[in-house]
Design a protein around this ligand. Structure first.
Ligand code: ATP
Ligand code: MG
Length: 140
């Protein structure tokens, strides 16, 4: 297992309900280390840029508007197999299908307002981390 980094976002539905500490505890309990973190208000252009891969999908417009409906916490998580580990801790995209004990099962409001984002592969993780953080903002 390799030490990886992945981009995590705590989404507006979760920041609105003051859940950032509880969500961070899930990451840390799973052995993921928060090596960079900042709370920001995305612009529509920034949200559309981040989700450009989904710009043909029916949910793109609503998703981008949801992502700017409140503040988000962008973070870099580091650990063994961090990309897969984070997605395991997050649970399925649709909370109705998420396993017991996952973040989305316990906190998500809907398939859209599903509390967290996590990168899905090494190449997307590298691009997503660089979208939010400069090298000097990441410890180590
Ligand atoms: P994420 O990329 O946020 O970690 P994911 O990889 O599980 O989640 P994707 O398929 O990449 O899911 O979709 C990105 C995001 O778009 C989802 O997290 C969710 O907020 C939203 N989304 C996905 N499918 C739908 C849908 N059918 N209807 C509404 N929103 C959706
Ligand atoms: Mg995804």
């Amino acid at each position: 297992m390799a030490i990886e980094r992945t981009l995590s976002i705590i989404k507006p539905d979760a920041t609105r309900r003051n859940l950032t500490g509880q969500i961070n505890a899930r990451f840390e309990d799973a052995g993921l280390r928060i090596v960079a973190q900042k709370r920001i208000q995305l612009t529509l252009e920034q949200a559309q840029g981040f989700y450009a891969v989904h710009n043909e999908r029916a949910f793109f417009y609503d998703l981008c508007n949801f992502m700017i409906s409140g503040q988000v916490v962008a973070q870099v998580l580091e650990g063994k197999d961090a990309i897969a580990k984070n997605r395991e801790v997050m649970g399925a995209t649709n909370p109705a299908n998420a396993d017991e004990g996952t973040i989305r099962k316990d906190f998500a409001e809907s398939i859209e307002a599903n509390s967290v984002h996590g990168s899905d592969a090494l190449d997307t993780a590298a691009w997503e981390i660089s979208y939010f953080f400069s090298q000097i903002e990441i410890v180590g």
